[in-house]
Design a protein around this ligand. Structure first.
Ligand code: GDP
Ligand code: IMO
Ligand code: MG
Length: 425
């Protein structure tokens, strides 16, 4: 079986945990979008791994890990991750494959990301400052892009970098009054990166096609979430890649029809980091309660996450757009102790009621949630192992979400550990 796991909200749904569990039955795990803006948590026993670029299958020592062409690779972060795993006696030698066509995030991308956000001031997007937007902009612009394959020919890379630096310095100086960057410094780092990462660079599209022919099972791991998708999310408050399942094929070269099941991950509530509309946000004691119990602070930036009720309109939209077969609902344990729970079933926009997710933020900013309410529960769910053992109120809540979002919930999370995951069937 080939599975694709993607977020259906604004990221941080618990994809890392779901991928880690499903990776037990997979030969290959593939990242296809985003970069070190992602932070995917995998908990093994008492050990916690926050993976930014390495596919979440990395912690299993036989699983192949593929970083597809759609990923924006920050070599410094990736090397650090490889070293951290090595400290835990997890070797990725012979099982990490980085696409030669994946674009590289260099220091000037991160600098540009930071400078642009600073200049925007209050109008900033609230990016992770990981250089994601500027790197993908260079990819689309083509003339000033650097890809992993360029590390194979350093003689050709040097003049290419000099050309890029000349161009970037004009921008840095004119727009941001920033100090110039230096080719020598950037090239020296690239030499080091090329030495460390060179052995892992290959044609990963071919590798995946061959793996499929060999009958290997492949797990595709999305980063971010459908509402942060560049084309289908809440633009401009999105990331710069296709973070819904629609990005999978383009991001690794495998057609979607070879995926047997698309699994969408949601939290039992909603969170968002960074700016942008969030109709069901609870900027009050309820949001704070969820933040405290769910430890809702960014895995990558440590920023407090904005918290709110489950938005069934948004999740239903994401599921429909991404062709989602089943939903994994994480963090049900976090909701314990709330007297009643709300799920957004429709929006009121300009006086009219709609169950359709607006395709522009101006409309979404006007949306007021119309909620369905159900009873909460006090029980600690963290030790529940079987779906039918969940308290009645929990099952009613799940049923309400399924009804509103129109997708079946097949996996349920009751804690961060592997063992705190319930498979319904
Ligand atoms: P990702 O980006 O989608 O992989 O999610 P993150 O790792 O950024 O954030 C999810 C957080 O929730 C992590 O700290 C996980 O360890 C934690 N987590 C995942 N599933 C559950 C769950 O069912 N219950 C609780 N309490 N925590 C969970
Ligand atoms: P994972 O994979 C949550 C958000 C940022 C910001 C917007 C644009 O862990 O779910 P960017 O740096 O990508 O240009 O920032 O997207 N963002 C995420 N939010 N989880 C993520 O990844 C995110 N990656 C980016 O907070 O609002
Ligand atoms: Mg995350």
């Amino acid at each position: 079986m080939n599975y694709c796991v993607v977020g259906l909200q604004w990221g941080d749904e618990g994809k890392g945990k779901v991928v880690d569990i499903l990776a037990a039955e997979s030969d290959v795990v593939v990242r296809f979008n985003g970069g070190a803006n992602a932070g995917h948590t995998v908990v093994i026993g008492d050990e916690k791994f926050a993976l930014h670029l390495m596919p979440s299958g990395a912690v299993r020592d036989r699983t192949w890990c593929v970083i597809g062409n759609g990923v924006a690779v920050d070599p410094a972060v990736l090397i650090e991750e490889i070293d951290c795993l090595a400290e835990e006696n997890i070797s990725i030698n012979g099982r990490l494959f980085i696409s030669e066509n994946a674009h590289i995030v260099l220091d000037y991308h991160k600098q540009e990301d930071r400078l642009r956000e600073e200049v925007l001031g209050r109008a900033k997007l609230g990016t992770t400052i990981r250089g994601i937007g500027p790197c993908y902009a260079d990819k689309v612009g083509r003339s000033y892009a650097v890809r992993m394959g360029d590390f194979r020919d350093l003689d050709a890379l040097k003049p290419k970098l000099a050309n890029i630096v000349e161009y970037k310095n004009k921008i840095f100086s004119a727009l941001y009054d920033a100090d110039p960057i230096k080719t020598e410094e950037i090239f020296a780092k690239c030499v080091e990166y090329a030495q460390r990462l060179g052995p892992f660079i290959s044609n990963t599209t071919q590798l995946l096609h061959q793996s499929i022919l060999d009958g290997k099972s492949i797990l595709f791991e999305g980063a971010q979430g459908a509402l942060l998708d560049l084309d289908h999310g809440t633009f401009p408050f999105v990331t710069s890649s296709n973070a819904s399942s629609l990005g999978m094929s383009a991001g690794c070269g495998v057609p979607a029809r070879l995926v047997d099941k698309f699994i969408g991950v949601v939290k039992a509530y909603t969170t968002r980091v960074g700016a942008g509309p969030f109709p069901s946000e609870q900027d009050n004691e309820i949001g704070q309660y969820i933040r405290d119990r769910g430890n809702e602070y960014g895995t990558t930036t440590g920023r407090p996450r904005r918290c709110g009720w489950f938005d069934g309109v948004a999740a239903g939209y994401s599921a429909a757009t991404g062709g989602i077969d089943e939903v994994a609902m994480m963090h049900l344990d976090t909701l314990a102790g709330l007297e009643e729970l709300k799920v957004c079933r429709a929006y009121r926009i300009n006086g009219g009621e709609t169950k359709l997710f607006p395709s522009n933020v101006a409309q979404l900013e006007k949306a007021e949630c119309i909620y369905e309410t159900t009873a909460g529960w006090d029980q600690d769910l963290s030790e529940v192992k079987i779906f039918d053992d969940l308290p009645r109120a929990v099952r009613d809540y799940i049923a309400m979400v399924e009804e509103i979002s129109k997708v079946p919930v097949s996996i349920v999370g009751v804690g961060p550990k592997r063992s705190q995951t319930i498979f319904r069937k």
